[in-house]
Design a protein around this ligand. Structure first.
Ligand SMILES: Nc1ncnc2c1ncn2[C@@H]1O[C@H](COP(=O)(O)OP(=O)(O)OP(=O)(O)O)[C@@H](O)[C@H]1O
Ligand SMILES: [Mg+2]
Length: 424
């Protein structure tokens, strides 16, 4: 350890402890500190300054009472908890530390950074970060938790409950919230990269919040920035990622928004492929063949020739979804959001301008009336549905690089999870 590191971790802590018990009075430096001062020319007045300096304070997680496990994420578990002091309900997202030799994992750090930038009505609110001391004094490793304002439901859990009936007003209001949140994310030069119903939360007051910034990344201004294409849960993954595109942009999240919008009516993910190949086939069966005539330059994408792409299929989005959704504007907007060519898919801002939001019944401020009739929290995990169903409790994917998907249930799990292999 270098002497400058020792100054960070040794004397500063000792000094801090002393200042807590004695107030901020000056004191005689210890022998160790004197030796270090000799070495690094740290003056007594600097030490006194450090003594008086208030270090940022991190609460211990024991100030929250854990009530229930509500999520098994890829990067850790999520618990509903109550603040012992204020009674406030929170969600504690445990940061998986298994692969970290020391320190705070970079993935969690990224998530915190994004959330700090993204304060918005339709984005989940990070309250603080908490820690808990490791039980093993030899290891001295702490566990960290991200503490969020608690949201009563996630959309996947909500949609899997048949008793929850959504009206056209509810669907419009939820989509308006979702697109406003997404616009804010893109406007802040961030890509979400994991749009799916389980990452859409709804508060008791009927306000939608976009959650889970574990895979989010800044949008790089310079062209030719290469991202990984192995992001976004398979069922919500857009065709350009499945074809190996690495210079993608906000359009990848818009595709996810289209899948989620359709799901408000179908009540289950509309494209449930179990491999990347199958996912492309399902997309082609709904959106038509993926060919340069509808998507110029698609043939230049890295996997275009490696993947089997069905030919001569017509686009049937409006007819298929039109039989379920009795509102032509809604169908038209989904059709726009599920445009094969990412360059033509449009932005969240453009989607918010769609006639759908300006025709009767108009969207409301919130879906409070819907929430009033639901007396139990509904989450993907507790409902045993979705990409985490059938994984077994605590069987989350290990955190190794940015790959979160694919993680769909196997075909023979579908019956148990309430999912049907639907092709819309
Ligand atoms: N603020 C919150 N209020 C209520 N529930 C929450 C909250 N945050 C997360 N959850 C629940 O926990 C689940 C997992 O959380 P999150 O998506 O942030 O974790 P993750 O590890 O990144 O997940 P995944 O791998 O499932 O995408 C969510 O789908 C949701 O059901
Ligand atoms: Mg998630």
């Amino acid at each position: 350890m270098s002497s400058s590191q020792s100054m960070e971790n040794g004397p500063r802590n000792a000094a801090h402890q002393q200042s807590q018990s004695n107030g901020a009075q000056s004191r005689v430096p210890t022998d160790e500190e004197v030796a270090l001062m000799e070495k690094t020319k740290v003056t007594t007045s600097l030490l006194e300054y450090i003594d008086r300096f208030k270090l940022p304070y991190m609460n211990d997680v024991s100030c929250y009472e854990k009530l229930l496990k509500i999520g098994q994420g890829t990067f850790g578990e999520v618990f509903k908890a109550r603040c012992k002091k204020t009674g406030r309900m929170v969600a504690l997202k445990k940061i998986l530390m298994e692969n970290e030799k020391e320190g705070f994992p970079i993935t969690a750090l990224r998530e915190v950074k994004m959330l700090q930038q993204l304060k918005h009505q339709h984005i989940t609110e990070l309250i603080e970060i908490c820690s808990s001391k490791s039980g093993n004094p030899q290891k001295e490793r702490a566990t960290f938790y991200l503490v969020f304002t608690f949201c009563e439901h996630d959309l996947a859990g909500l949609l899997s409950n048949k008793k929850v009936q959504l009206t056209m007003t509810h669907c419009k209001t939820l989509m308006k919230h979702l697109l406003s949140g997404l616009h804010q994310i893109h406007h802040s030069s961030i890509l979400h990269r994991d749009m799916k119903a389980a990452n859409v939360l709804i508060t008791r007051d009927g306000v939608l919040k976009l959650a889970d910034f574990g895979l989010a990344r800044p949008i790089f201004k310079q062209r030719n920035h290469l991202y990984t294409n192995r992001v976004v849960t398979l069922w919500y993954r857009p065709p350009e990622l499945l074809l190996g595109e690495r210079e993608y942009g906000p359009a990848i999240d818009i595709w996810g928004a289209g899948c989620i919008m359709a799901e408000l009516w179908t009540r289950a993910p509309i494209l449930q492929g179990d491999t990347e190949q199958k996912q492309l086939q399902l997309i082609s069966q709904l959106c038509g063949s993926i060919v340069p005539e509808v998507w110029p330059e698609v043939d230049k994408l890295p996997l275009f020739r490696q993947m089997e792409l069905p030919q001569n299929l017509n686009r049937i989005v409006t007819t298929r979804l039109g039989s379920i959704i009795k509102d032509s504007n809604a169908v038209n907007l989904i059709d726009r959001l599920l445009t094969l060519n990412p360059a033509k898919r449009g932005s969240a801002e453009e989607a918010l301008d769609h006639t759908f939001f300006f025709t009767t019944p108009e969207p409301k401020e919130d879906v409070r009336d819907l929430m009033a009739g639901i007396h139990q929290s509904l989450f993907e995990y507790t409902q045993g549905r979705g990409a985490h169903a059938g994984r077994g409790r605590g069987g989350g994917q290990p955190h190794n690089g940015p790959v979160r998907a694919p993680n769909p249930p196997r075909q023979n799990n579908l019956a148990n999870t309430g999912y049907h292999d639907m092709v819309f």
